[in-house]
Ligand binder design. Sequence first.
Ligand SMILES: Cc1cc2nc3c(=O)[nH]c(=O)nc-3n(C[C@H](O)[C@H](O)[C@H](O)COP(=O)(O)O)c2cc1C
Length: 351
Amino acid sequence: MENNHKPDTLDSLVNFPILLAPMVGLTHAAMRKSLSKFLPPDAKTIWPTEMLSSRKIPDQKLEELPQTIKWNGDTNLCPQILGNQETHIRNTIIKLEQWGAKAIDINMGCSVKKALRHNYGVSLMGDTEYAASVVRMAKRSSRLPVSVKLRAGHQKDLSYLLEFTQSLVEAGASWLCLHPRLSTEGRKGSADWSQIKYLKDNLSVPIIGNGDIQTSQDIQDMFEQTNCDAVMIGRVLTAKPWLLTEHAKYKGIKLTQEQEELIPNNAQERSKVYGEYLYDFVENCYDLFEEDDALKRVRFFVKVGHPGLNFGHKLYKEIHKLTNKDDLLKFLETYFKNSCLSQSDRTQLRY
Ligand SMILES: Cc1cc2nc3c(=O)[nH]c(=O)nc-3n(C[C@H](O)[C@H](O)[C@H](O)COP(=O)(O)O)c2cc1C
């Protein structure tokens, strides 16, 4: 740890403000690698991990743990941790810094039972002072920037949300990401983007907006409606990776010739690009993970992505019948030649 070195800012880490969201079972090295092909050549973004338990990481081998395996082009990693105890947080962050983390994100949004039982994730949103102390614990552990990804809270109460986030900022959070749904909502209903704007209008740190992006127009709308500093996208990037290339084109950012071809113009092209993305993802999973784990991850990726495809349930069913890499790749080679899985612009995001 160098003492005279200034912590990075979001601005210095990101010049292309479209971010992949942290998602358990999805945002691992294979997905980062497949998606990175859609990022313009000089673009810099931050890349997440799945959420990592600070109770476990200190005793785990990061180069073997599926959640922290890296691919050889991994850069600008911003792993996400769950935690509420200083020793665990410190030991986790020190280890992640050696592993290559450029920033640490603290999860204050996860509402699964296990996180609630341990009093972290969105539970922290019930105690402003304790949540701020978690940020301070992280700040004391290293000079890496610390961010927080949070929800709208336990009940709709904008003044509480503002007071809560202000105290995170005072504690040293360098930026915040808001997924504006209540803890009770899971991923149901719709994300209330006006709350992203509310934080942006009232806080001094960069604000990342997240929730329900499905199209390039949605990205532009979120920027325009909320004035957020970056847009984070989760589920839909399992089905529409070209949202990155399309956004780059919209902004006039230079793409390679190959990347220009990754912007589909019609249903058939969308089907082709998705098929190639999935093929590449399958290869990456089998290159990076043990066989059983790779298969599990491929199935989950299709499970989350298939509602975005018309007749995606058929693909989902077929994929679930296959049990090894060769059969999966053989299947994908012919499936996308023979069928056009058109995509609706917008769908009910069911996962
Ligand atoms: C399968 C799955 C796993 C998720 N895991 C995490 C996680 O580990 N950490 C986190 O902060 N959010 C997690 N999320 C929430 C996403 O990061 C994101 O906030 C949410 O999906 C809304 O964004 P979207 O509409 O673009 O998908 C997860 C979401 C999904 C679908």
